[in-house]
Write a protein that binds this ligand. Sequence first.
Ligand SMILES: Cc1nc2ccc(C(=O)NCC(C)C)cc2n2c(-c3cc(OC(C)(C)C)ccc3Cl)nnc12
Ligand SMILES: [Mg+2]
Ligand SMILES: [Zn+2]
Length: 346
Amino acid sequence: VDLQVEEEDVQALLNCGDDHNIKDFDSFNFCPRTVPYRHMPCYVLKMFEDLNFIKRWRIKKNVLARFTLYVKKGYRDAPYHNWMHAFSVAHFAYLLIKNLRLVEEEHMTELQAFVFLVSCLCHDIDHRGTNNSFQTKCGTVLASLYSSEGSVMERHHLAQSMCILNTEGCNIFETLKGTLYSEALDLLRNNILATDLASHFRSVDDQREITRCYDKKNPSHRKLLHAMLMTCCDLNDQTKNWKVSKQTAEQIYDEFFSQGDLEKSMGTAPIEMMDREKASIPDLQVQFITNLVLPLFTNLAMVFPSVKSIVQIIERNREVWRIATAIFQKYSEKGMTGMDILLNAR
Ligand SMILES: Cc1nc2ccc(C(=O)NCC(C)C)cc2n2c(-c3cc(OC(C)(C)C)ccc3Cl)nnc12
Ligand SMILES: [Mg+2]
Ligand SMILES: [Zn+2]
């Protein structure tokens, strides 16, 4: 990881002080994407502070500051899979830990909660804006490294995270003694690999099964729940107001359509979802919410009843996409493509 973070940036971050005290920062209604970009690293430190991780794990603040800046630098400026996405995913983990009282209610140990937040920050490091099937289809370097095990991008995100932990002055796990250290790395690995869509689909039946009669003492129930929590964080934009879910859909399809253009230029036909000539964004969003987002959060609400209010927000957003679908059908007879309709629908 040939990233360089200036020591003066580390010092500036250490002195960012708490002159930022956004109201409702710890509420599910708060949208992390409204935090000014330059203040995001400061709010990462705030989250660790507020959850008492710094004291509990005796983390040196300058190590946490340096680690945070290396992670931020590890993200590329892809339309969606960028540092802001990582910050929003980590913020949702902070909300879950705090508002669902995951440690107090013994759904997570203190170590699992600490590594859960770190995993969310790191889970998409060095994402190139292309998905796993693109890596294998185009025989990228990452595919040659990881395609035999699957989860190509996720294994790369993990490898990049390990590089940062092994960078001088960045190892926030250094104070974890003995087995705690290796346990933290195992948790980091499981959490990041859980954000692979394919592994989510493989475990979704078991998730539905265990959430009907959840047993927080059962290790396999806990492991599945932690994987669900990672996926929920990765989808946190769907739990916010319509403006956020529309904005992130634009970013995601910006990325998907660029991949589709790339695949066309390489002589392979992209799947419809990535073909800007064929994709109907509202339709795809209704399908994605119906087939993936709602079942996941509905299952989570079986274990945490307070999540039901989030399920209602997701359902309301789906209704708006359904209306957009109707408008889309009307306009697309006039030959307008998905993006300009979406942009016109501002
Ligand atoms: C708003 C929104 N629409 C999406 C529409 C389609 C897809 C997609 O890949 N469909 C492929 C077929 C086979 C299902 C993903 C979408 N998506 C994600 C996302 C989630 C991911 O994985 C977890 C978190 C494990 C689900 C991984 C990557 C991404 Cl981009 N995040 N937000 C979105
Ligand atoms: Mg990912
Ligand atoms: Zn992600």
